[in-house]
Structure formats: C-alpha cells, structure tokens
Design a protein around this ligand. Structure first.
Ligand code: GLU
Length: 419
C-alpha cells in the first residue's frame, strides 16, 4: 500500500523499472532509489474576496537528500496531487544528477484552478503555502522554483513570506525570482534557451539548414514562448503554436515577439488572430523539423508517437511522452531524434542553481556568463548521453536517465545505510 498513485506516478515508476533493469540494480535496492524520502501535505486556508474561507490542498515531495538540498518547482494547477508531484520530484532527481548539480529532486504544488481566483487571492494562497512549508524548506534543505501556473511574482511572494518569518532577507530560499529581488539574469529565458540550444545542436548533426527549418510548439508558457523566440532567432520558421485556449498556424511563420506581447497582456494566445486559428489536436503531428511539447505530461501516447512527423523531438515539458510511446519511438530512432526531458529542459534548473549560488555569495554574474555556463553544462550532458546511448545501444531517454540514476545510486552506496 502506497500513498503514491495515478498515471503520472505509474509512468515515473515504470521508467525507473526500465533503467533499473538496464543497470541490473538488485530488487532490494530499488525502493530505496525510487520512493520519495518525504512527502508533505498541508491545508492552506485563505479568505476569498467575498469574505468566505476556503481551504486549498498543498503538497511538497522531497525525493532524496543524498547529494544536497532538494530542488524543484511549485505548480498551481487543478491536476496537482501527491502522485503527480512525487513523479515530478523523481524526475527532478535524475535531471539534477545527469547535469551534475548538487541537489536531490523535489516538487510541490497546490490543487487550484487559477481561472477561478483573483490576484489578491493568489497572493494570499502563495503566502499561506510558503508559511505552511517553513518547517520543511530552507536554503540548505529544499529550494523551490517556478513550474506550471507559477512565475516570478509568486517566487517573490514566497521569498518575502519566508524572509518575514526569519526577520531578514533570505533570497536563496527560492529561485526564479525577479531580477530586482535577488533573481539572476537569464533565468526567465533559461529553459527555453536550453531547449533551442540543444535542438540547434541536433539540427547541425542531422545537416538541417536552420534557415529552411520549421518548428512547432505545444504550450506557450515560460518554456514554450522562449524556446519559440530563440528558434526563430536561429532562423527557423515557427509555423504553429498552441496553448490551453487553442492553436495558431501560419506556414510563413508566426511573429513570435508579437505573440509573446499578446500572451503577456492577455494571459493566453486567444484573440491574437482569427485567420490563423488551427485545430490544437493536430499540432503534435504536424510535419516540421523541431517539435517542442512544452505544455504538460503524457501528451504523446503510442498512437501519437507513431504519427509524429518531426525530425527532432525536443521535450520542453516534464514527462510529455508515455512509456508506450517510448517503445514506438525506439523503433523510429532513425526518423525522430529524441532529446529527452531530463536533459532538454534542464537549462531551467541549471540556471536556478546559478541563482542560488549567486544569492549565497552575493556576487552577481553578467547574463552572457550565465548563458555561456548553461550551454557548457548542457553540451557536456548531451555528449555523455550520446556516448552512453551508443555504448549501451539504448534510446536516449534510457541513456540520460541511467546516468542520473547511477549517480544517485553511487552516492547512496558510498555513504552507506544509516544506522
Ligand atoms: N520547474 C522546473 C523544472 O521542472 C525548474 C525547477 C528549478 O528551477 O528548480 O525543471
């Protein structure tokens, strides 16, 4: 009997099973690696604007504490539950280990539909969530960051709430903050930039001409929008974009800076154009060079995987591809080059790490330095993944996750079992 259940948790467990089998990890070591160290559930009561009181459920899962503090985002979405958050925390662990950050994985969130609460209620909820988490987080215990439904403003409220309780400013308690409140230059763009940087590397290897290439982006939040912008700056035409309100298609290429301005002003891509409207269910299977799923988990199942018409699948979201879809993609390895999530979207947490280091040292870097170091880490991890995939003759996801799992396992085994 476990508290962890649901499709997303089952997916993380199944993926881990594939890796554990590949690495020949003994059965009695597997639960120690997979099961989260801590899972916290809190009730967050807030005053609604009409004077009533409502309680929202909040979660935080800290997957392992072996390599340092835990690290990971906080999501505000109706789907949030302990199983989903645990899966996302587990993925953060493999991601941080793969790219060599001194962190275990964590994830948290509140089950809330943001469309139903006001800005004032959002601030109350954010502050109450952080206040409830104070016994369980800290700059050397667990460091939060943005994820789906949260942003720099929410991080500023988290940081302020924690700091008010400490009686001093503790910027290093969260990352992804506004630059004006101890954030780092280049964090907002980091995840999307990393996705685009790796996609560009793969396009060079596949001899795809950037100026004749096309990209399709599912999800136009922080990750999708900056990935689109960067790919467009590399010369690609971004022919289609979707979000939770619909999709837009333009064979001549969408104007991404204009679309970003619209999305910032209106909260979504809705209302940008009537002529360019497109069926969002068709977006993933459009013919293109680079497909970036940057919305949510489990959007590419086996059926969709068989129909993909992209050359490069650059996973901006966490867990967009199901294990059944992975089996299809393994057969299509020569047609679709997969850049798996734990590598592809790791630019975000890499630059979060830089933000944490800068806050601890109170020594701030130029944006060019942030981005140069981000790409250096991404390139190193990409090279390691490719070498491992070739050496073991396994798909990229298996190679990338195996490197991450192996590092966590080695650290646990060297430290030994206490007492
Ligand atoms: N939520 C992001 C992720 O899934 C960022 C985490 C962080 O920066 O700590 O990787």
């Amino acid at each position: 009997m476990s508290i962890y259940s649901g499709d997303v948790f089952d997916m993380a467990a199944r993926q881990f099973g594939v890796i554990a089998n590949h690495l020949g990890i003994p059965m009695d070591e597997r639960d120690r690696l997979l099961l989260p160290k801590r899972a916290i559930t809190v009730s967050c009561p807030i005053h609604r604007d009409d004077g009533s009181v409502e309680v929202f459920e909040g979660y935080r899962v800290q997957h392992h504490l072996t390599l340092g503090p835990t690290k990971g985002g906080t999501r505000f979405a109706p789907s949030v539950g302990i199983g989903e958050v645990a899966a996302l925390a587990i993925w953060m662990s493999w991601k941080c280990a793969l790219v060599g950050l001194p962190y275990g994985g964590a994830k948290g969130g509140i089950r809330v539909d943001l469309a139903t609460i006001s800005k004032r209620e959002l601030e109350s909820l954010s502050r109450r969530y952080m206040q409830e988490m104070i016994p369980f987080v800290g700059p050397h215990t667990d460091v939060m960051a943005p994820d789906m439904g949260t942003n720099e403003q929410v991080m500023a409220w988290f940081m302020d709430t924690y700091s008010m309780y400490q009686g001093r400013t503790v910027t290093e308690i969260v990352t992804g903050k506004p630059v004006a409140s101890g954030g780092t230059l280049g964090r907002r763009e980091a995840t999307g930039r990393g996705v685009a940087h790796l996609a560009k590397r793969v396009m060079a290897e596949l001899a795809i001409d950037l100026n004749r290439a096309t990209a399709v982006i599912q999800g136009f939040g922080n990750v999708g929008s900056y990935a689109a912008l960067e790919l467009q700056q590399f010369g690609l035409k971004v022919i289609a974009v979707s979000d939770h309100t619909g999709a837009l298609y333009d064979a001549a290429g969408l104007d991404i800076p204009a679309l970003m301005r619209h999305a910032t002003a209106h909260g979504s891509i809705a209302g940008f154009s009537t002529e360019l409207q497109f069926d969002p269910t068709q977006i993933l299977t459009l013919r293109c060079d680079v497909l970036v799923p940057a919305a949510m988990e489990r959007v590419i199942d086996a059926e969709t995987a068989a129909k993909l018409q992209c050359r490069v699948l650059a996973e901006g979201a966490n867990g967009p591809t199901t294990p059944d879809a992975d089996l299809v993609l393994a057969q299509r390895r020569d047609e679709v080059f997969l850049i798996p999530d734990v590598l592809c979207n790791s630019g975000g947490v890499i630059v979060s790490y830089f933000e944490w280091v800068q806050d601890l040292q109170q020594l701030f870097w130029e944006e060019a330095e942030v981005t140069r170091r981000e790409y250096q880490i991404l390139d190193r991890a990409f090279d390691q993944m490719i070498a491992r995939a070739n050496a073991d003759n396994v798909p990229h996801r298996t190679a990338a996750m195996a490197i991450g799992v192996e590092k966590v396992r080695a650290a646990k085994n060297m430290r030994g079992l206490f007492p």
